[in-house]
Design a protein around this ligand. Structure first.
Ligand SMILES: C[C@H](O)CC(=O)SCCNC(=O)CCNC(=O)[C@H](O)C(C)(C)COP(=O)(O)OP(=O)(O)OC[C@H]1O[C@@H](n2cnc3c(N)ncnc32)[C@H](O)[C@@H]1OP(=O)(O)O
Ligand SMILES: NC(=O)c1ccc[n+]([C@@H]2O[C@H](COP(=O)([O-])OP(=O)(O)OC[C@H]3O[C@@H](n4cnc5c(N)ncnc54)[C@H](O)[C@@H]3O)[C@@H](O)[C@H]2O)c1
Length: 256
């Protein structure tokens, strides 16, 4: 799918990997909508990028907020053609530790934001994509890109909730791609390794350094623009569908 003049929604677009996608796709001529619940960073980025980009304060776990945000995006860009799900949170909590037993609330919170939130936006955005005129020789109507993590496959100590949420995103990628294929809507998931974003800034420096050193090549944290570059290629390469793509420098995370 060509990007110029397309309607793009990026959840979690106010920071990190999502913000890099908003920048790259706005620069490529798309009309972008940032769906995020951080008003300060979301507004700042939309103001920086100008008229082609708007921010809508939204919690992806809330059905009515997502509906309202999609309507605003539709009004802003005329059509919804591309969705990138980046909204997500991390958590580090062991099942049993000196702090006690892993709480159900913290597990449920991570699943709610990362997995259920991603599904909530997919189901509502795909209904709008289905209304689009088919484009080009393939009759494409939309592209949906989700964000899992290498933790879906190599989860570390303390990542039961986080890895489960990302494994769920990997698991639902193919069935949703199969369902939406008849509408010309593709679904692809990126599983990033370790990227230098505010989410990772929350880890102790020693853990960040250790993780960066675990990456075979390049032995460093990934840059958000490298994630955005893959997302742009997925949008432009119609043969990519129904797959989860690791973007990780060949890291296979150790147990901790
Ligand atoms: C974010 C993207 O999607 C990509 C990624 O997933 S990046 C990977 C991020 N990794 C994580 O988030 C790991 C999360 N886990 C943790 O931070 C910690 O395991 C935890 C905070 C949950 C528990 O840590 P802590 O309370 O110190 O565990 P504790 O039970 O005291 O440690 C027991 C032993 O296990 C080891 N250990 C446990 N977790 C560890 C960790 N994360 N790092 C290093 N050692 C760890 C330690 O060796 C420790 O023994 P020691 O104190 O005798 O050296
Ligand atoms: N940084 C990494 O190393 C890494 C690796 C693998 C996967 N990921 C995943 O990439 C995605 C983006 O992560 P990041 O590193 O850019 O993090 P980040 O914290 O920089 O950005 C996440 C954004 O999502 C927003 N958000 C969180 N919960 C939300 C909700 N309920 N509704 C709306 N917005 C919400 C936050 O406000 C923030 O702007 C996440 O899904 C994360 O799990 C990150």
């Amino acid at each position: 799918m060509h990007i110029a003049n397309k309607g793009v929604i990026v959840t979690g677009g106010a920071s990190g990997l999502g913000a890099a996608c908003v920048r790259l796709l706005t620069e490529a001529g798309a009309r972008t909508t940032i769906i995020d619940f951080n008003t300060e960073t979301g507004t700042a980025l939309a103001n920086e990028l100008g008229e082609a980009c708007i921010f809508v304060k939204t919690d992806v776990t809330k059905e009515e907020e997502v509906q309202a945000a999609l309507q605003a995006a539709h009004a802003h860009s005329g059509e919804i053609n591309i969705l990138i799900n980046c909204a997500g949170i991390g958590v580090a909590e062991k099942i049993l530790s000196k702090r006690g037993i892993h709480t159900l609330a913290s597990f449920s919170k991570v699943i709610s934001v990362n997995l259920i939130g991603t599904f909530n936006v997919i189901r509502l955005a795909s209904a709008l994509m289905a209304e689009n005129q088919p484009e080009g020789e393939d009759g494409e109507r939309g592209v949906i890109i989700n964000t899992a993590s290498v933790a879906a496959f190599d989860g570390q100590i303390g990542q039961a909730a986080y890895s489960a949420s990302k494994g769920g995103i990997v698991g639902m990628t193919l069935p949703i791609a199969r369902e939406l294929a008849s509408l010309g809507i593709r679904v692809v998931t990126i599983a990033p390794g370790i990227f230098d974003t505010p989410l990772m800034a929350g880890l102790p420096e020693a853990a960040r350094v250790s993780l960066g050193q675990q990456v075979p090549f390049p032995s460093r944290l990934g840059r958000p623009d490298e994630y955005a570059s893959l997302a742009k290629h997925i949008i432009e390469n119609t043969m990519l569908n129904g797959e989860t793509i690791r973007l990780d420098g060949a890291i296979r995370m150790s147990s901790h």
